[in-house]
Design a binder for this molecule. Sequence first.
Ligand SMILES: NC(=O)C1=CN([C@@H]2O[C@H](COP(=O)(O)OP(=O)(O)OC[C@H]3O[C@@H](n4cnc5c(N)ncnc54)[C@H](OP(=O)(O)O)[C@@H]3O)[C@@H](O)[C@H]2O)C=CC1
Ligand SMILES: Nc1nc(=O)c2c([nH]1)NC[C@@H]1CN(c3ccc(C(=O)N[C@@H](CCC(=O)O)C(=O)O)cc3)C=[N+]21
Length: 296
Amino acid sequence: MATVIDGKAVAQTIRSEIADEVRLLSQKYGKVPGLAVVIVGNRKDSESYVKTKRKACADLGINSFDIDLPEEVSEAEVIRHVHELNANPDVHGILVQLPLPKHINEEKVLTEISLAKDVDGFHPLNIGKLAMKGRDPLFLPCTPKACLELLSRSGVSIKGKRAVVVGRSNIVGLPASLLLLKADATVTIVHSQTSQSDTESIIREADIVIAAAGQAKMIKGSWIKPGAAVIDVGTNSVDDPTRKSGYRLVGDVDFEEASKVAGWITPVPGGVGPMTVTMLLKNTLEGAKRNIEQNN
Ligand SMILES: NC(=O)C1=CN([C@@H]2O[C@H](COP(=O)(O)OP(=O)(O)OC[C@H]3O[C@@H](n4cnc5c(N)ncnc54)[C@H](OP(=O)(O)O)[C@@H]3O)[C@@H](O)[C@H]2O)C=CC1
Ligand SMILES: Nc1nc(=O)c2c([nH]1)NC[C@@H]1CN(c3ccc(C(=O)N[C@@H](CCC(=O)O)C(=O)O)cc3)C=[N+]21
């Protein structure tokens, strides 16, 4: 049976370390880190993630700045808010919740975020640096960073291992594969245009699987190499009439099957999700430390 990686517990440990550092910063400089979250429209999932982030900030003594904009807001107006946050000395991190409505060009908005405040690591220049040998972005994207942190805290080494990333999105799959590559894994990426038989056979050979396709339980236990480390990023809501809410969250991996074969596996919920939020808080703390120490 696989070791189940308790993301929630690891996240709690790191959060208490962050809270200590926030206190120190506040004692030494009389300043606390600030995170601004820009949310456009009222997608239910986005609202729920943003609520989680705001609560986590409050728990750790990090200031949060909420910019809630209506669905019809113009691109120029969103950018105006980003500029205002860039100029605000109390804001050390800026997160623009994705996806944005179709009439707004995401890349244009993300490009306007000050590099020093890009705690999501989504600015094209930060992604470019992530892709370059010998260069490092100021901030690593939170979800991929969460995946690697869970591997390292579980004692799973990456160097020389065969890793597969399922999915190639800008926010998870692509940066996760770049991070694994930088950590010296041999990386294969599979996506929606990969044939089913290739997807299965490539996953079967992988020592490390990062699943980020957004397809409930698509990865079967029989595809997992015995002893492999399986990091399940997928957060898919499926109907569940036995729940009060009427739904429950499942990953991209069939947990019941895969946990019988894998060496390590993360659950959904309680795996990558809480760690993603923690990495965001950690990036905000780092941004604040750099900024505050520079100005004192
Ligand atoms: N726990 C966390 O912290 C986070 C969880 N998530 C979750 O992770 C999942 C992925 O998110 P995100 O990257 O934003 O999603 P996207 O929909 O942007 O990307 C999904 C990717 O998976 C690929 N894909 C789709 N179907 C298949 C398939 N059958 N086989 C292989 N690849 C496939 C797509 O290929 P193509 O490029 O060809 O379209 C695409 O690259 C979602 O469930 C999301 O909710 C996301 C962010 C953070
Ligand atoms: N600019 C931007 N940055 C992001 O980091 C970003 C984004 N946009 N858009 C959407 C995705 C999704 N995402 C999640 C964060 C936390 C959980 C999380 O905490 N999940 C809990 C469950 C939460 C619940 O119960 O609803 C868990 O897995 O245990 C999930 C998903 C960040 N994203």
